[in-house]
Design a protein around this ligand. Structure first.
Ligand code: ARG
Length: 357
């Protein structure tokens, strides 16, 4: 346990939350607790503040304007794999909220000295399975390939569907064998994709899930590491329309869409890729809108991000940002986030969401 990190966080909490009062007594108590036990327990308010600031500090996220509204579920007392899975499904229901997506984080037990906390094996709570067919091409989402192999090894059955939802795999301890759980139907909100001008689009049978819930990042607050702390926001359309369904390494649908649009694929010069990309993105935004499911377009989300930077600077805070992640993967220069630079990213900034090592 890094005492410096602990003290820094407690001071930041009291500095930014004036109603919390004087930091000194709490700093003393925390340092004494670390001396006694090798770690310390956050109060519920410290945990909620820490999780929100970890979002605020996420240099790759364009959606940070709403960081204060993050709903924090304090589930530190939940330890069995069965209960963790059940609470993850409840997380998805609360976040999905019938389509009005709410940003939510569920925080399970942290790592303690000699007693590591639980782990979620999946990189997202909802993810589509994928496997390479004997003929060579992929069935489903190649991104789900490793998890699919893992789940099958544990006894799960892969069918041939393009959008089969993987089971949730949970370990009570990092070295325990994962338990797996099929996601209940009522916990997963999905949107079938159609196009406002092209009736044939719906017959492609495409769909995507509504809640992107990252489950493989460690939330680190004041030196305490919460390795199982799945969190979600809502989707920006391009994540699905310009990446998940379009990347050559993912569903690779640009040639399919271009052919249905009757585009000339005999030369790159025709910009058939670009035209197919735009129509795919139109379909994603249209379909989520029709289904009443929250989704941002990249123009609106870019404007919000610049508002966020302004608001933060009024509070005297920088907004570190990674240009290459902030600028959307289509029409970058048509959005205001393209035409500027950002405060530099400091990898030691905390609280933070850290990639699993
Ligand atoms: N890009 C990832 C995906 O397509 C999700 C990352 C988080 N996105 C978000 N809007 N909070 O699944």
């Amino acid at each position: 346990m890094d005492r410096g990190e602990a003290e820094r966080f407690i001071r930041q909490f009291h500095h930014e939350q004036p109603t919390a009062g004087d930091a000194a007594p709490r700093v003393r108590a925390v340092l004494a607790e670390i001396g006694r036990t090798g770690t310390y327990e956050h109060t519920a308010d410290e945990l909620a503040f820490g999780a929100r600031v970890a979002w605020r500090n996420s240099a790759r996220c364009i959606g940070r304007l709403y960081w204060r509204s993050l709903v924090v579920r304090d589930l530190r007392h939940v330890t069995s794999a069965d209960d963790i899975a059940a609470h993850c499904f409840e997380h998805l229901r609360q976040a999905g909220n019938g389509g009005r997506i709410r940003p939510v984080i569920s925080v399970f037990a942290p790592d303690r000295p000699g007693r590591p906390g639980p782990r979620i094996v999946n990189d997202q709570l909802v993810r589509y399975a994928g496997h390479r067919t004997p003929e060579g091409p992929w069935s489903g989402d190649p991104r789900g390939g490793p998890l699919t192999a893992r789940a099958v090894g544990l006894g799960w059955k892969r069918d041939q569907e393009a959008f089969q939802i993987l089971p949730l795999m949970v370990r009570e301890r990092p070295d325990a064998r994962p338990e797996w759980y099929e996601l209940p139907d009522d916990s997963v909100l999905e949107v079938p994709l159609s196009h406002p001008d092209h009736a044939w689009f719906a017959s492609l049978g495409l769909r995507w899930y509504a809640v992107p819930a990252i489950s493989d990042m460690t939330l680190e607050i004041g030196g305490v590491r919460y390795a199982a702390a799945p969190f979600n926001g809502w989707y920006m359309g391009t994540e699905i329309g310009a990446r998940n369904l379009a990347d050559g390494e993912r569903y690779d649908l640009l040639p399919v869409v271009a052919d249905r649009l009757g585009l000339d694929r005999s030369a790159e010069r025709t910009l058939w890729r670009d035209r197919a990309l735009v129509e795919l993105n139109v379909a994603v935004l249209h379909s989520f809108h029709e289904a009443g499911v929250t989704m941002a377009d990249h123009h609106t989300e870019s404007q919000r991000f610049l508002r966020h930077i302004e608001r933060e600077s009024r509070h005297g805070r920088e907004t570190p940002a990674d240009w290459s992640w902030i600028v959307p993967p289509v029409s970058g220069s048509a959005t205001p986030v393209f035409h500027r630079y950002y405060d530099p990213v400091d990898p030691s900034l905390r609280p933070a969401f850290l990639a699993r090592t």
